[in-house]
Design a protein around this ligand. Sequence first.
Ligand code: SF4
Length: 704
Amino acid sequence: MNQAINTTCAYCGVGCGIKADVNKTTREISIIGSDQHPANYGRLCSKGTALGNTLEEKGRLLSPLVKGQKTSWSSAIDHVANGFQSIIEQHGPDAVAFYVSGQLLTEDYYVANKLMKGFMGSGNIDTNSRLCMSSSVVGHKRAFGTDTVPGCYEDFEKAKLITLVGSNTAWCHPVLFQRIKRYKANNPDVKVVVIDPRKTATCDIADLHIPLALGTDSWLFNGLLHYLADNDYLNQEFIYQHCNGFDAALESAASSSADLKHLSKILSVELTTLKTFFKWFANTEQAVTLYSQGVNQSSSGSDKVNTIINCHLATGRIGRPGMGPFSMTGQPNAMGGREVGGLANTLAAHLEFNDSDIEIVKTFWDAPNMAHKPGRMAVDMFEAIERGEIKAVWIMATNPVVSLPNADQIKRALNQAELVIVSDCIEKTDTTAYADVCLPALGWSEKDGTVTNSERRISRQRALLEPLGEAKPDWWIICQVAQAMGFKESFDYPDAASIFREHAQLSGYKNTPEERLRDFDISRLSSISSDDYDNLNPFQWPINDSYPQGRERFFAQGDFFTPDRKANFLAIEPNLPKEKTSKQYPLKLNTGRIRDQWHTMTRTALAAQLNQHINEPFLQMHPTDAQQQNVHTGQIVQVTSQWGQMLAKLEVTDNVKQGDVFAPMHWTEQLSSRGRINTVVNPHVDPFSKQPESKHTPVNVHAF
Ligand code: SF4
């Protein structure tokens, strides 16, 4: 008999609700969008719709493996626990690390962070969300005092000007794009501006496309700030009452971007285009600015984020319907990871590595080995592994051999490590090839827990099917290892609901009454019953005594989470990407996603209909560059940087600017032996967020 179950999509940060019609006997699932879920109101994109076609048993990791041999759970857990313990005893806690993922559920993330930071004694847990939105986290904290997304999706349906920066929303966040497109069709006065070096599918609804030169966003938004000030469009009352640092920010903006003619040259954008955007922004009170990886994945990503936030603070357009800066996350639970401290430089419940916050977490967990400093962050973590400083790494639900920049360095690091553990639901990935221990984890449709989408909305991901083989929940695997290491009572959870309750309690826990204000607070759910957890409806945090139904927006009346409750303008001196082009590497490589594939394709490639869209690695190049290189569409070309090489099929198109080339990030070595673009991508990072510069690598391209 079939059963209807509400759950959440496995893929992007829109976080769409799904209604699954499940036949538990045949394991067949038919999927439609949940018309009750506020993220999508019934809509789904091609990836979400195809989820039911990705659940086959073939290719799943079904048993624990040690050195490639099947073993029992207890022996695999002992192997992992003993391995970690012996390395910690010999070399200290900073010789071990976890590299986790925005694919984990919040409950999984919570116990992983608790084990590493509270009990193993190191800050060395970082997440692939570092590659996605860590620059936004820095931007939020510097401006607002906390990592708070001020608005919600509804703002896109209340705005009169929607600016999409560094985001191919049509392909990467398709349901949000559908909402914007429909709203615009019904409201022809609404304007959409797309700021992106490439002409993407998102430009189909753009009234204005600004194809700025790669990496120049900070000049553009500094220019906008200066224009607003110069033409009397500032909200002086908001600036005076609710903000600090405006004069310094304006001075920096003026020194980099005051002269519009000069600015148009830096951006490589027509002066009239620039003036049009500035006028539209200046004259439209209801303005929302979405930004995504094109802003974040940069060696100056944090600064770019703050130049955008500066313009919204200067006009007081924040936290009111249809107004605000909006960070769009890539992954289904990047936000949940931020909430539980999945980033190496934060603690659980949006607490920080300072004395009083460390004390709160230490006391709450009764943690014997509380970490006192941030750990290694993604790129740095794998470099430390290669140098032998980190000797054991546990990789959960991610495929860094494909997804991290300078990807061949990840292979060298994993070859060098004494102990590599990989938890995954797929047996053969480019990363499991390097594992000493493989632990079979549940996949989407079997997992049970919560995720948080880009608008702070927490939704349940529910189990639809029984686990395959001996696969187990990630939280269970982590807790078993913790218990085998001697941390028995602290990891004795019967189910995901009990972990969620503890997470909710910590969000409201205070050591002393005068502790600083905290944004993330779901303490109203601290005693939620297991039944209520099972039936939990989507809500936007916080959910506490002040906001018992959740909260749509922050900061309309100021009340930022800084000590004086005022927001900070940041004075930004723009910086170009770290590596410059040269005679040897004259082209700039930009990377991104395609419409129908997700990350390293371990799931989406299983659905035949998703492979029909684009089925092999490609490189886009401008016709003038193609002529100079004497290459043409359909030819296989070799892309080379100082870090590595890859092969792709060429597509000559004027959708990329002259001097730029673009390639997708999805293909693995297993799917295309020389198709991993990240072998070519540079490992430079933003100095504040440590987010890699995935959007700008000097390369050369030749016929293969
Ligand atoms: Fe899933 Fe994102 Fe598509 Fe929604 S838009 S169905 S969350 S991939």
